[in-house]
Write a protein that binds this ligand. Structure first.
Ligand code: OAD
Length: 236
């Protein structure tokens, strides 16, 4: 029998139980840092050192973090489903849990690119490269001679992966949303591309305003929520 396509859209909440703060919960990253300072081109132009330090800190935290039961459960579903993960997260915990198809809508902490390069005008990743968990400092240059910047989508910047993400969502037989406030577009609008007959599940401990009659909310943290979701799949 043909395996069903399970498409997962994850956000910061899935990594909370691995020790990462979410952005918009109380005490979250956007309570402690102004997004316009650390996640915008203006912030970069004003104080590059501060921006690099912010991402150096997150990269160091990522080195020491571990995938949690929710990341592992999603990877484990590859035994029975074709699983494609679309994540807004810049960590690599889905990959480290074993997921084989992970599309990062908002970039990756372990990658960098030149501040003046071809990516921003073409979306080509030929100048993007992996630095693992190393620091980046002012004066660290790309092969093209320009300052290295984090490979992160900042506010006001294009989201080049949204097209491929929509294509995945359009083929979903089951759509699962985990740990996102659905407040940042275009990611928050992806559910609109889910085929009409496809069920939509949403795991979040807080009540999320239901935007589609099909959305079934599992009101749990990610790890417990994934256990319930797997129970639902088994009874399908
Ligand atoms: P948010 O911080 O906006 O939302 C996190 C969601 O996770 C909320 O709905 C929480 O209720 C939920 N949550 C908290 N703890 C949880 C847990 N243990 N298990 C499951 N869910 C939990 O984060 P995102 O929606 O991911 O962009 O934010 C989207 C984008 O905004 C991010 O990718 C980031 C940010 O600006 C960039 O940095 C480019």
């Amino acid at each position: 029998m043909k395996r069903k396509n399970l498409v997962v859209l994850s956000g910061a909440g899935i990594s909370a139980e691995s020790g990462f703060s979410t952005f918009r919960d109380s005490g979250g990253l956007w309570d402690r840092h102004r997004p316009e300072d650390v996640a915008s081109a203006d912030g970069w132009n004003r104080d590059m050192r501060h921006v690099l330090e912010f991402y150096n800190g997150l990269r160091e935290q990522l080195r020491d973090a571990r995938p949690n039961g929710a990341h592992l459960a999603i990877a484990g579903l590859e035994d029975r489903y074709r699983v494609n993960v679309i994540t807004q997260n810049v960590d690599n915990l889905h990959e480290r849990a074993g997921s084989s198809s992970v599309l990062h809508l908002h970039g990756e902490l372990t990658k960098v690119r030149p501040e003046n390069g071809i990516y921003d005008s073409t979306g080509s990743e030929s100048e993007v490269f992996d630095i693992g968990y190393d620091r980046v400092d002012p004066g660290d240059l790309a092969p093209n001679g320009s300052q290295l910047r984090p490979h992160i989508v900042w506010f006001g910047e294009a989201v080049p992966k949204i097209g491929p993400a929509i294509s995945l969502v359009e083929k979903a037989d089951i759509f699962l949303i985990v740990g996102t406030s659905l407040s940042v577009y275009p990611a928050a609008g992806l559910y609109r591309y889910v085929p009409a007959e496809t069920p939509i599940y949403l795991i979040d401990p807080k009540e999320v305003r239901v935007r589609d009659r099909r959305m079934v909310q599992i009101r749990e943290k990610a790890v417990a929520g994934m256990e319930k979701f797997i129970g639902i799949l088994e009874n399908e």
